[in-house]
Design a protein around this ligand. Structure first.
Ligand SMILES: [Zn+2]
Length: 673
């Protein structure tokens, strides 16, 4: 999801009310959690080697995580960031049919889920997410909704051949908030599968959050019962969907059939498998042309909308669009009778390993009145973002990427192969939001972390990578600097809460956003500064290679970077992810000694970081020395460093390139400015 625009508004509102909770205050959930336990996590390599925990007294060692250590002991995780030899995750295959009725504004669905138990555990109880119950009148929420509409109504729940009743106990099902519990007639053993089937219907929400209806435009997100994640570290993750914190979803295969009025255009996660039945010949011809074209093709123009024009006539005024998607976390779709349709092909790299570059199709669906916001550029913007990330990370693997004009509440919201974008934009803000959401195709759509409990693990990545795409289109833009300034100013004027916290347990939305987006992106910039550009790039690619279509925890990310960089960076993870320690490096004094300079440096904050000292003369000639972080790790707060200086030396400065978010830069130079 996109943060920046919402934050600007809420941030100002918060400043005006001088510290009161923002409008997004999570007053109906339990208050802030205590700080992470001060117990130190042992260095993991020695702990594993000796089979027992060697207590560490390092102030920067990571907090204990007994469930993770137990997973290491079972061989599903490792202490080096690789999935363990016994790593497993659950599988599922969905066959879903849904009809959207724009008059009643209802969706009705029927479908089966074949759930594959790959865990070593016998499961007598299964959990299914019913996210749409966010809209039930009695739902707990930490987000505003426009109307309480009743949530999702199940008219049939079946396990195998047994039709289940809604019961409080015993065989049957019960729904609490947004989570359904199914108590099976017989447990599903390890390696076995079970078929669940459902009939359901729901009233489509007007404007979100994250989808819904906006005039004749519908974005259908969280529209079907979805298996909750059962994983090797935490077991069932059945946290309620309260509106703010996002999702944790398992990988599955989907066959979906979506029925809408003829003439309405549809786009969905997955590949359209019956284009011949739903698209007019000319529409198909232009799509094929777009695939091999480097410039945007108008697939459906304003006068070409409607049944018998861009789509086929259909039966009884309806058309059923069929999609197939393998190994994705979710399926979301959008439909409108107002959409224009643009598309452009873009090279992504060698996806299938045949040595030749592959392409994907970037599609854009928008209403004509969005042209004033620059939506005619939206397909090209999407293609540029895909191209940048495919080079920086790994090739975009899917057949298409749809950028969809949706309800304002979307702001920007990511789904596999699709992003819903709502609100008003200009060229720069439209590019920014597309760049952010498309970065989410890598994190968390491909690298499937738990967004609810570790929002930084996908939001921080998206916020970090969007900067590279933005720079490609707007060479003078400094998006990394904007994130850093947002973080630094929030710390100065509001206060902050650490990154390692459940997304629904921040004191307010602003602190959730500062931590998960701006501080998380700023920490990645700082990490790149610490380990260097090429090691950083290798570490991120290796993290992707190890965890693509899997479920990495924060430790799997930290350990992968430690492993690739061949460094113990726990001081970094502890400082930036688990704590709200401040960075304030300073030059206390300096003295010229012959052709060298003795610089007295001080660590006035609590975060240990390397000290990059740059001395320069009037001509701008520079000398540089980097004091390794070790100078601080023993607890020392002051040190003297001798460095070479250029002839005609005028000044010395700590971190003049601003790689690190130093809270007070006025003490970074000598002589003081
Ligand atoms: Zn996001």
């Amino acid at each position: 999801m996109t943060m920046s625009r919402q934050l600007t508004f809420r941030y100002l509102a918060l400043l005006l009310v001088a510290g009161c909770a923002s409008p997004q205050s999570s007053s109906n959930v339990s208050g802030p959690q205590p700080k992470p336990v001060p117990e130190a996590r042992a260095p993991r390599t020695s702990a594993q080697a000796s089979g027992q925990r060697a207590e560490s007294t390092k102030a920067w060692a990571l907090p204990l995580w007994p469930e993770f250590d137990a997973a290491v002991a079972r061989g599903t995780r490792t202490t080096t960031g690789q999935p363990g030899p016994n790593y497993w995750q659950q599988g599922a295959s969905y066959k879903l049919e849904a009809e959207m009725n724009p008059v009643a504004k209802r969706l009705s669905g029927t479908g089966t889920i074949t759930y594959q138990n790959n865990s070593p555990d016998e499961l007598a109880v299964l959990y299914v997410q019913a996210y749409n119950n966010l809209f039930a009148p009695q739902a707990k929420r930490n987000t505003e909704v426009l109307a309480a509409l009743g949530g999702i109504r199940f008219t049939r729940v079946q396990a195998g051949r047994t039709v289940l009743d809604s019961t409080a106990a015993g065989v049957g099902f019960s729904v609490t908030g947004t989570v359904m519990q199914i108590r099976l007639p017989e447990p599903v053993g390890p390696g076995k599968s079970i078929e669940l089937s459902f009939d359901w219907n729901l009233r489509i929400a007007p404007d979100g959050p994250r989808g819904g209806q906006d005039r004749e435009t519908y974005v259908l997100s969280y529209w079907y019962p979805q298996m909750a994640v059962y994983d090797d570290v935490g077991g069932w993750q059945v946290d309620q969907y309260l509106g703010n914190a996002e999702f944790y979803m398992g990988y599955a295969d989907y066959d979906v059939a979506l029925t809408v009025p003829a003439g309405w255009l549809v786009t969905s996660t997955g590949e359209l498998t019956n284009a011949d039945e739903v698209l007019a010949e000319e529409t198909r011809r232009r799509l094929a042309q777009a695939r091999s074209s480097g410039t945007v093709v108008n697939v459906v123009r304003q006068q070409e909308r409607g049944a018998g024009k861009s789509t086929t006539e259909g039966n009884d005024g309806k058309l059923t669009w069929r999609y197939r998607a393998n190994n994705v976390r979710d399926v979301t779709w959008a439909t409108s009778n107002l959409y224009l349709w643009d598309a452009v092909g873009v090279e992504t790299g060698d996806v299938n390993g045949d040595g030749r570059p592959d392409t994907t199709l970037v599609e854009s669906f928008y209403r004509p009145d969005r042209l004033r916001d620059g939506w005619h550029e939206s397909a090209r913007y999407g293609a540029k973002a895909i191209s940048v990330y495919s080079k920086a990370l790994w090739p975009y693997p899917w057949p298409h990427m749809s950028v969809v004009d949706g309800p304002p509440s979307c702001g920007g919201m990511e789904y596999p192969m699709l992003t819903c974008i709502g609100g008003s934009f200009n060229a720069r803000s439209l590019f920014d939001v597309e760049a952010h959401e498309i970065a989410h195709m890598w994190f968390p759509m491909m690298v499937g972390s738990d967004e609810k409990r570790y929002a930084w693990q996908d939001e921080g990545m998206a916020q970090f990578f969007q900067a590279a795409a933005i720079r490609e289109e707007f060479p003078t833009a400094d998006d990394e600097g904007e994130s850093r300034r947002n973080y630094v100013e929030a710390v100065r004027y509001i206060g902050e809460t650490e990154l390692m916290r459940h997304g629904d347990r921040y004191p307010n939305y602003t602190e959730y956003g500062v931590a998960s987006y701006f501080k998380a992106a700023t920490a990645l910039v700082a990490l790149r500064g610490v380990i260097g550009d090429s090691t950083f790039a290798r570490a991120l690619r290796e993290y992707g290679r190890r965890w693509i279509y899997r479920h990495p925890t924060p430790l799997d990310f930290f350990e992968t970077v430690n492993d690739v960089a061949q460094q113990d960076l726990d001081w970094f993870w502890r400082s930036w992810y688990y704590e709200t320690w401040k960075l304030d490096l300073a030059i206390d004094d300096a003295m010229i000694v012959g052709d060298s300079l003795d610089v007295q440096i001080e660590n006035r904050g609590r975060v240990p970081m390397p000290v990059v000292l740059v001395a320069q003369n009037q001509k701008g000639e520079r000398t540089r020395v980097t004091v390794p972080v070790d100078v601080w790790l023993s607890g020392t707060k002051r040190a003297t460093v001798r460095m070479a200086i250029p002839t005609g030396f005028t000044r010395v400065e700590i971190d003049p390139d601003e790689q690190f978010p130093d809270l007070d830069r006025t003490n970074n130079t000598w002589p003081r400015r």
